[in-house]
Design a binder for this molecule. Sequence first.
Ligand code: DGY
Length: 331
Amino acid sequence: MTSKPRVFVTAPVNPSVLDFLRARCEVQNYDGEGIMPSSELAQICHEREIEGLVLIGVPVTAELLEEAKKLRAIALMSVGYDNVDLPACTARRIPISNSRGSLEETTADLAFALILAVARRVVEADRFMREGQWTRWRWNTLWGADVYGKTLGIIGMGNIGQAVARRAHGFSMRILYSNLQRVAESVERGLGAEYATRETLLRESDFVSLHVPLTPQTERMITAREISLMKPSAFLINTARGRVVDEEALVQALKAGRLAGAGLDVFEREPRPHPGLLPLENVVLLPHIGSGTEECRTRMAMVAARNLLAALDGGRPPNILNPEVFGPDRS
Ligand code: DGY
């Protein structure tokens, strides 16, 4: 009888996912707080001869792989893989997959929550109430900006960008988008979105929402120069990756009133937002919770678990990131 593959899960995922994996594997999981320390994971992989990893947040480095001699497959419980050394996985012929398809709608919900929160000053108004500042009704109490009928600029028209565009329809917004590649005309038509250069998008949008992965090309895509192209009445929304934006330039623009506000779920140096953001009333700050619902986190873990099992069986996981480990695609 062959033994079950040894799998380690780096987060306290829903028990239904652990049960699903346990039917086929020997499973252990991290139940500590926060992102599991890399050194701890490396030690566990080494000592327990781990063959499969279901992972989130921990960087996948050549050093980790060096310790994990028996590792045969990695499945990320995230869509972003900016913290993965993909060439190192490929060199070891370890298939690695992400959890695309599980979190796009949930993240789009949060991007829209930020749009509404910054435009209508929801968090500021809540603070106003709790501090007992509401002493009488006034004509101009906490005036915000309309969302309805405004122009939304989506930078990065992948699955999350498209899910945001679908929501914008309900608000009768004009939708501009920029992307590495123009999406198919039928998709554009379905979304009612117009392709624009990044410069036009920045100049014309009332809300600019970022939905690009972090790559060398997108790192610091939004600097003082890009912000200077935006309307002073515009808002910047970031649910993608903090390092896409030069946070210092953003703070300076918000302080100087060169931008109306920002809604941020991600930061250059998590978990520490730029200290200049904290005193600003015109920003809403969230602790990287784009996919943070129980339903979504369970879907993310389940998609990862399915991908992992496929790879451990020697098959091609549906969300493979390095298909070259399987040789030329003959499908
Ligand atoms: C992702 O999937 O990359 C998210 O940032 C994790 O929540």
